[in-house]
Design a protein around this ligand. Structure first.
Ligand SMILES: [Zn+2]
Length: 259
């Protein structure tokens, strides 16, 4: 938000929006515009609020608009690109506020300190990201073979590319299949779970489930040991026969050893 409409271009007048201030009052927004602060920091939808005494930068707005992260230190803060982790801007603390001070000596000093401590590694990391994109998202293991010197201080596992994960995955998620069985007890799903860290009052640590595919009716039996599955299934099978006059036709399991 800025108080000076001359700072933004192009200035688009509007009288639709209002801004709530901390004392509970509201004040009118007279228009919007864009503003280029540096080569890396350009902001759209800047509100022009003549009532303000200072220009204000919203962190939640800038992180979303520029896809960046903001890290606050006691004396300064930095803006970093999420993907490349490159520093795209910084602020200096003055009093209790952080000032986005783009051209002052302080800012240069800050940049220098960032350069010397740990920024050599950052520089190499951003170069690795650059090569990753240049070579059509080549794997980081492959890049390590190509540029061993770039990986001197960083491990391959430290890199994770969202685009690669989506583009290179071999499976799409399983589609939702609703009830397939027409009659109860055509298909029974069974699975064993355990051991639980906390036993029940009857000292059971395991459980086995029998789920009817048609009705989703679920039988859950507690077990002290895993090998009780065999006996419990026999009991379940008999119970279905006597109580429902039906036969289990298919038993689905995950092929675990207990079956
Ligand atoms: Zn990638």
């Amino acid at each position: 938000m800025t108080f000076d409409s001359r700072q933004v271009s192009p200035f688009r007048p509007s009288s639709q929006k209002i801004v709530s201030t901390t004392n509970g009052n509201t004040t009118l927004v007279i228009g919007e515009g864009s503003l280029t602060l540096t080569d890396t920091l350009s902001l759209d939808s800047i509100l022009v609020v003549p009532f303000l005494y200072y220009n204000l930068l919203s962190v939640s707005q800038i992180t979303a608009a520029l896809s960046c992260i903001v890290i606050f230190w006691p004396e300064f803060c930095v803006f970093k690109d999420i993907q490349t982790k490159q520093t795209i801007g910084c602020g200096i603390k003055g009093g209790k506020l952080y000032y986005l001070d783009l051209q002052s000596k302080d800012s240069n000093k800050l940049r220098q300190t960032l350069m010397t401590d740990g920024s050599e590694g950052e520089k190499k990391k951003s170069e690795i990201w650059l090569w990753h994109r240049r070579l059509g998202h080549a794997s980081f293991g492959y890049l390590k073979n190509l540029f061993p010197s770039l990986f001197a201080r960083s491990d391959v596992s430290g890199f994770c590319c969202d685009i690669c994960e989506l583009a290179k995955s071999h499976h799409t998620s399983f589609s939702l299949i609703l009830n397939k069985s027409l009659l109860p007890f055509m298909v029974i799903h069974s699975d064993v779970w355990g051991p639980s860290k906390v036993p029940t009052l009857s000292r059971s640590c395991w459980l086995v489930t029998f789920i009817d595919d048609c009705t989703r009716m679920t039988w859950l039996c507690l077990m002290k040991t895993k090998d009780e599955v065999n006996l419990l299934f026999q009991k379940f099978h008999k119970m279905i026969g006597t109580q429902y006059n039906a036969k289990v036709r298919v038993l689905h399991s995950d092929n675990g050893g207990e079956y």
